[in-house]
Design a protein around this ligand. Structure first.
Ligand code: ATR
Length: 268
């Protein structure tokens, strides 16, 4: 039995055990994937405990993605510059390797599943917290025509734009958002509290593709708002969740699960 876990607070809502269970079934792997509720300052102890138990690794979720960086012996695949980690892989000698598969998850969902290209399009990223930080470099790498960043606290958007050191990424205030965007990605935590970022309605038109990194059983508040303004194409982050999980599964097992099958199994 191979042991894995997802560490976060809160954690009750996590779909990761179900998703990884379905991936493991595809390969006949016997998996014990637990949800672990970690107290505020308890990440290091929770990770050490998993290592002691001989776990293969774990996923890290809100609010520990930045804290996880300090626990890694080695940081892989550009995750160091992102400053946020969502996957830990434990080697047999107990060394901890950190990765971030969120950006890959978003890109696979947007490009392969939803057929949304980013190149040469006018893109707005909303939010400047850990979630936005995790995907901003991947968006820059796709060479959008413009990439604007808006955050409730503008100074934080300026900071993230400065950190990324890309001339293509510009922090904008509400007044500076000019016209409609082709692709709008909500990376704020506003939806968790049932609210929508206070953005001007002129940014959304019928052809604006609106994507919410959060997901829920009913349409998220941000996507409901987009729909009320006439946006015809919308998707929540459930596809990203499945794709980031597939990338983590590949890190642990060297195997690529069929995500289409899992999307269908979970949706039904
Ligand atoms: P996460 O790791 O989920 O990104 P975070 O680092 O705490 O969490 O960041 C939360 C993000 O959601 C921030 O961009 C935050 O904006 P502020 O920097 O102004 O705090 C944003 N956010 C949270 N609640 C919001 C709300 N009601 N409206 C707009 N943005 C909100």
């Amino acid at each position: 039995m191979i042991k894995l876990a997802v560490l976060g607070n809160p954690i009750g809502h996590s779909r990761s055990p179900e998703i990884h269970g379905l991936f493991a079934q595809q390969f006949g792997i016997a998996l014990d994937y637990q949800k672990v509720l970690v107290p505020e300052q308890g990440l290091a102890e929770a990770v050490a405990e998993l290592v002691r138990q001989g776990a293969r690794g774990c996923n890290i979720t809100v609010p520990f993605k930045a804290d996880a960086l300090a626990l890694c012996n080695e940081i892989k695949g550009g995750a160091a510059s992102l400053g946020v980690i969502n996957t830990l892989d434990f080697s047999p000698d107990g060394a901890v390797h950190g990765y971030n598969t969120d950006a890959q998850g978003l890109m696979t969902d947007l490009k392969d599943h939803l057929q949304q290209s980013i190149q040469d399009r006018k893109v707005l990223l909303i939010g400047a917290g850990g979630a936005a930080q995790g995907v901003v470099s991947a968006l820059i790498g796709e060479a959008p025509e413009t990439l604007h960043l808006w955050n409730r606290t503008h100074q934080r958007a300026e900071q993230l734009a400065g950190l990324s050191r890309s001339a293509g990424l510009q922090a904008k205030t509400s007044a500076q958002l000019d016209g409609q965007y082709d692709l709008i990605i909500n990376a704020t935590a506003a939806g968790l509290k049932g609210s929508v970022p206070d953005l001007p309605s002129r940014i959304i038109g019928p052809e604006s593709f609106c994507y919410d990194l959060s997901y829920s059983h009913t349409e998220t508040p941000f996507l409901q708002w987009a729909a009320s303004l006439g946006a015809r194409h919308r998707a929540d982050g459930f596809g990203m969740l499945i794709e980031q999980a597939a990338a983590a599964f590949h890190i642990w097992f060297g195997l690529s699960p069929d995500t289409q099958v899992v999307r269908a199994e979970i949706a039904s």
